[in-house]
Design a protein around this ligand. Structure first.
Ligand SMILES: *Cc1c(COP(=O)(O)O)cnc(C)c1O
Length: 396
């Protein structure tokens, strides 16, 4: 089908809440996607980390098909054979005692907010409805009205208020700002260890460790949103491992769905998780047998194929190659693992369009940042293929 007709139909019957590049993908395998005319592209975007395993990973697809033929949805009104296995694997890989499965990332963030507030009232002893959560400037935690309410990005919240109370803002990467923002009614700090949507912003070395100490000293929970940074993206299974800390609550999503389904979870030890009792929280689709089977296989593939290690090795190589290009209008190159932001002194969109013409899909974030985040299964040869085209586009 013709590309303009595909785009016209989407625009006619859809909402305009995205501005996609003019490419219509009809199939994909591994790091490669194909448009409806059969043109191939290297995916250097991986659906914001949702496709960290690569497209249509044979083992994950097989696990999905096998589960589809058995049972997909039962709701949490009943037990299912697969859920416990998935939760056990998730707890093991994250190093926690319990996990609560949801679907989208935003729902898992909402789950974390509920857990933190209950802990604030029932354990810390904060007066009823007074609990506060400290979040960071330029955060991205999803799109519910509660979550955009504590965003500092006007675009995300304009016209969507009134917003819920109970959130404070501290400057990302600035420990003194967090110290000033935490008060006696603060139940938690909620933060991305590396900010993805803000443009792959890495905090100063030691910041997370300082934040951990600050939370301990003030009896405050540290909750990390690793929806985009987690499951190998930064070169470790979780970004918090880079600083040798452990949060009190961990939020995962995106790659947990193995590139085929939305699967998310809030993870904590029982002391925190058990504040949820029957009827206090739920999700019709959360932890359904299909999602559990896919999530379980996604975790196994992550370990078997050592995707975090590949991300560390090729990520270092990627950054080094990008720096060597010495592009005059590049302001800053940053990131960890196969997750790199190239900050330009000008809009990044035209460069994304030029890359697209050469067969590389990447997307700008925050206008001036070119985000390079291929599936973690990418090989060095494939990465070189992409780098050659990036160089061509940036240096002409
Ligand atoms: C994408 C993302 C979310 C929201 O996930 P959805 O599945 O889109 O709801 C939350 N937090 C972070 C850090 C993300 O990158």
């Amino acid at each position: 089908m013709n590309i303009t007709r595909i785009i016209d139909r989407e625009q006619r019957f859809g909402a305009n809440n995205y501005s996609p590049l003019p490419v219509a993908i009809s199939r994909a395998q591994g790091v490669w996607v194909e448009d409806c005319d059969g043109k191939r592209y290297l995916d250097m975007m991986s659906a914001y980390s949702a496709v960290s395993h690569g497209h249509a990973h044979p083992r994950i697809v097989a696990a999905a098909i096998a589960q589809l033929q058995k049972v997909s949805v039962v709701s949490r009104a009943f037990h299912s054979e697969t859920l416990g296995h998935f939760l056990e694997a998730l707890c093991e890989i994250a190093g926690f005692e319990a996990a609560l499965p949801m679907n989208s990332g935003a729902e898992a963030v909402e789950t974390a907010i509920k857990a933190a507030r209950r802990w604030g009232y029932r354990v810390k002893g904060i007066a009823r409805d007074k609990a506060r959560i400290v979040t960071a400037t330029d955060n991205f935690h999803g799109r519910t009205t509660t979550i955009v309410g504590f965003s500092t990005e006007p675009q995300y919240k304009d016209g969507f208020g009134p917003f819920s109370d109970g959130f404070d803002t501290a400057t990302f990467g600035d420990i003194d700002s967090f110290r000033a923002a935490i008060g006696p009614d603060t139940c938690a700090v909620l933060i991305e260890p590396i900010q993805g949507e803000a443009g792959i912003r890495v905090p100063p070395q030691g910041f997370l460790r300082q934040l951990r100490e600050l939370c301990d000293a003030t009896n405050t929970l540290l909750i990390l949103d690793e929806i985009q940074s987690g499951l190998g993206r930064t070169g470790k299974t979780f970004a918090f491992e880079h600083e040798g800390i452990r949060p009190d609550g961990l939020i995962v999503g995106k790659a947990l769905g193995g590139g085929i389904l939305p699967v998310s979870a809030f993870i904590a030890d029982h002391a925190l998780m058990d504040l949820f009792d029957a009827g206090s929280h739920g999700s019709t689709f959360g932890g359904n047998p299909l999602a559990a089977a896919v999530g379980l296989e996604a975790l196994r593939v992550l370990e078997d194929e050592q995707l975090a290690q590949n991300s560390a090795e090729l990520g270092a190589y990627l950054q080094q190659r990008l720096r060597e290009m010495a592009v005059p209008f590049v302001r800053h190159i940053r990131g960890r693992g196969l997750w790199v932001g190239i900050e330009l002194d000008r809009p990044a969109r035209p460069y994304c369009e030029a890359l697209m013409a050469l067969g590389v899909l990447a997307k700008e974030t925050h206008e001036t940042v070119l985000r390079i985040a291929p599936p973690l299964c990418i090989s060095r040869e494939e990465l070189d293929w992409g780098l050659e085209r990036i160089q061509q586009v940036l240096l002409g």
